[in-house]
Design a protein around this ligand. Structure first.
Ligand code: NZQ
Ligand code: ZN
Length: 385
């Protein structure tokens, strides 16, 4: 196992009918900015419940944060936070709203400064203060409710923004708040969570037994509970397990002390930015093809994945690995995610443009060992046509 620091200060408030506790968790005498997206939380009543739970506090609302939140929109929210002198931010929504709120927490302290805020990759943003924030999560997928990351879009490019200052102080995870999600968003969330675990697990062995077994537990849970949640809106017990899986998939625990490979995410982000395909869906298209291409580099962990996650006991190592990748793809297809680029009207020319954009973004040496070059990315995408 590699050396690591593990720090996660977010208080999780998990379960149904707990929103009244918001009143005790948000500090008294604060002016709160409630941030939300395109209106789902108005339609499903969650916003009204949040406002009621905030009691007598002064509240400023900022709606309209887009899926794949836009820099310009968030800078307007930051400006409003400054002029209104708010001192607490509350995100009510999915990953885009939670990410956007994290960005606003930083931007509110730094006027119009794109360079300080956006261009640091996975290194922390060099800032020493941010507004405190918390979340009411409505979409299990990104893990944003319990991590310090955000992904912000500017000029059709996606930028990671990391800061320990943006860990939510607390996050409400109420499965009832996710009941209004369209089926395809459940599918996207299952795929996104599954692939968060995979990108921290399917690299090479470092004898990190706790991380491996937690990862395998989350993957198995998603395989069991994801389809149940997808197929039956009334299965609240399955939904609870799916929701908690999604949070644990990217809260730093499985990734501590192990090599990581975020190639699928980096390629997927480009695909979302260029073609507007939802985040989780891009990952499900890329991952099976990437695993087939990278079987040699990932052989030992792929075999472990086959035996421990998919319970494949028969056959040669090669057969087990091939079957595990096929089962993974079939799992996504079973959630009605088509894993072929042609379905999304992306052809060979589209792949070339995507690869060129990755080059412009400096994404030229991906993977757990930095050996995944753009010609390999092209090969992976061609195999997914
Ligand atoms: O905008 P509203 O009206 O709220 O509708 C949203 C949006 O259209 C809707 N929705 C959310 N909760 C709902 C609901 N509709 C009905 N009922 C509910 N309860 O769902 C749509 C998608 O929402 P979005 O927040 O965009 O989805 P998701 O949670 O998948 O977040 C995706 C964003 O997170 C980033 C992605 O890049 C993308 O920008 N990521 C953030 C990460 C992180 N912070 O750690 C890691 C991820 O890998 C990911 O990159
Ligand atoms: Zn993701």
């Amino acid at each position: 196992m590699q050396n690591f620091d593990y720090y996660n200060p977010t208080h999780i408030v998990f379960g149904q009918d707990r929103l009244a506790e918001l009143n005790t968790l948000v500090p008294e005498n604060t002016k709160v900015m409630v941030l939300f997206g395109g209106g789902s939380v108005k339609r499903n009543g969650v916003l009204d419940k949040v406002l009621a739970s905030l009691g007598e506090r002064e509240v400023v609302q900022f709606g309209g944060i887009e899926p794949n939140p836009q820099f310009t929109t968030l800078m307007k929210a930051a400006e409003l936070a400054r002029t209104e002198k708010v001192n607490f931010l509350l995100a009510v929504g999915g990953g885009s709203v939670m990410d956007g709120t994290k960005f606003v927490a930083l931007a509110a302290k730094k006027e119009n400064d794109e360079h300080t805020l956006l261009h640091h990759g996975f290194a922390p943003v060099p800032m020493t203060e941010a507004l405190p924030l918390a979340c009411v999560a409505t979409l299990p997928a990104t893990g944003s409710e319990m991590n310090m990351g955000a992904v912000i879009t500017m000029n059709d490019q996606k930028y990671p923004v990391m800061s320990p200052l943006t860990f939510p102080k607390f996050s409400f995870l109420d499965p009832d708040f996710t009941l209004s999600l369209p089926k395809e968003q459940i599918a996207n969330g299952v795929a996104d969570s599954f692939i968060h675990v995979v990108e921290q697990y399917l690299t090479y062995p470092v004898n990190a037994k706790v991380q491996d077994r937690i990862s395998e537990g989350i993957l198995k849970t998603l395989i069991e509970e994801g389809p149940k949640t997808f197929n039956d809106n009334n299965d609240i017990e399955a939904r609870k397990n799916f929701m908690w899986s999604a949070t644990n998939a990217l809260n730093g625990l499985t990734g501590a002390g192990v090599p990581q490979d975020w190639s699928t995410h980096m390629i997927g982000h480009e695909m979302t930015a260029m073609y507007g395909i939802a985040h989780g869906r891009t990952l499900a298209i890329i991952l099976p093809s990437l695993l087939r291409e990278r079987t040699e580099q990932k052989r030992a962990k792929l075999l472990q994945f086959a035996e421990r996650v998919w319970d494949i006991a028969e056959g040669s190592d090669d057969q087990k690995i091939a079957l595990a990748i096929d089962k993974t793809e079939a799992f996504f297809n079973g959630l009605e995610i088509v894993t072929k680029l042609s379905h999304y009207n992306i052809d060979e020319a589209g792949i070339d443009t995507l690869v060129n954009n990755m080059e412009k973004m400096g994404l030229t040496a991906l993977s757990e060992s930095g050996d995944l070059t753009l010609d390999i990315v092209r090969k992976i995408l061609l195999a997914a046509l």
